[in-house]
Design a binder for this molecule. Sequence first.
Ligand SMILES: Nc1ncnc2c1ncn2[C@@H]1O[C@H](COP(=O)(O)OP(=O)(O)O)[C@@H](O)[C@H]1O
Ligand SMILES: N[C@@H](CCOP(=O)(O)O)C(=O)O
Length: 327
Amino acid sequence: MAVYTHLAAERLAELIDAYDVGSLVSAKGIAEGVSNSNWLIETTGSDGQGARFILTMYERRIETSDLPFFLGLLDHLAAHGCPVPRTIHDRDGALWRTIDGKAVALIEYLPGVSIDHPTPAQARSVGQALARIHHAVADFPQSRTQTLGLAGWDRTINDCGAEALATIDPELPDLAFGELSWLAGHWPGGLPHGVVHCDLFPDNVLMLGDKVSGLIDFYFAASDFFAYDLAVTHAAWCFERGGATFRTDVSEALLAGYQAERPLSSVERDALPVLARGACMRFISSRADDWLNTPADALVTRKDPMDFARRLQFYAAHGDELFAQGA
Ligand SMILES: Nc1ncnc2c1ncn2[C@@H]1O[C@H](COP(=O)(O)OP(=O)(O)O)[C@@H](O)[C@H]1O
Ligand SMILES: N[C@@H](CCOP(=O)(O)O)C(=O)O
């Protein structure tokens, strides 16, 4: 579920009147997503032809002080021709407004559906779209410090503690602490970098057939290595759910699509096995934290950290060979 707040129809209509988008016709809560409340909004449209938007209310995890960065990034990428929703500015030009003490933004609606089981053609299209973003951020004037890097994963895992991690899976404490110390000794420096998405999972990509129609949910975007963003996307797309089965065809297509737009340097290619292990560690740590700290009655489905532990073990065993061939 992802509507945490009830908004009365009168409040919504008043909010929509602050934008030049016509008047409110309907508002439907969107079930997908975990962090924010989202509504599909229909209005009469500024030209009377009808229009759709996404209304997002920022509920947790997102600092209001980061909104100029996140929403400005959407506008920048959309203006550079990337399939990213624009932020709708209100009549005063503001990117977001406050309603009942919470920040809300009206976002362009993009068509498409999220894919559960991607085809190689779809993976290729995702790789291309990711590389285009990496080109388009070159002149984005803002930056945001990566808080979910190695130091952040380390802090989260230590805050969980070995005893609690073992309640998720008896193998998890050794795997997590061992991996953190291995990564600390192997993490690369000096790779090409810029503002990157950092969470390009299938549920954050909208597709029409084989084509990417939308890249959404940039709320983990931060300044980091482009190749790390590719590694996150690889880890998210190239395994069957559960993490036990690797999909070679999807991996080859994703890497080929990316490199059709932005060929990797040899230093980036050599770093991919380590970056992919780091990408897995990033989601092991946040998922373990959510697993242990989400109230039992919360209406949110917890995601399994061991899914990414299996992906990590795959990269540790096969990453060198895999990226040498496929990249
Ligand atoms: N710009 C958009 N166009 C169309 N649908 C969208 C758009 N933004 C979000 N959605 C829909 O809302 C859902 C939740 O959005 P998301 O940003 O992923 O929420 P959360 O940050 O809570 O995970 C998505 O799965 C998608 O169905
Ligand atoms: N993609 C992350 C969780 C982040 O959730 P999102 O709905 O904001 O993308 C994971 O799978 O652990």
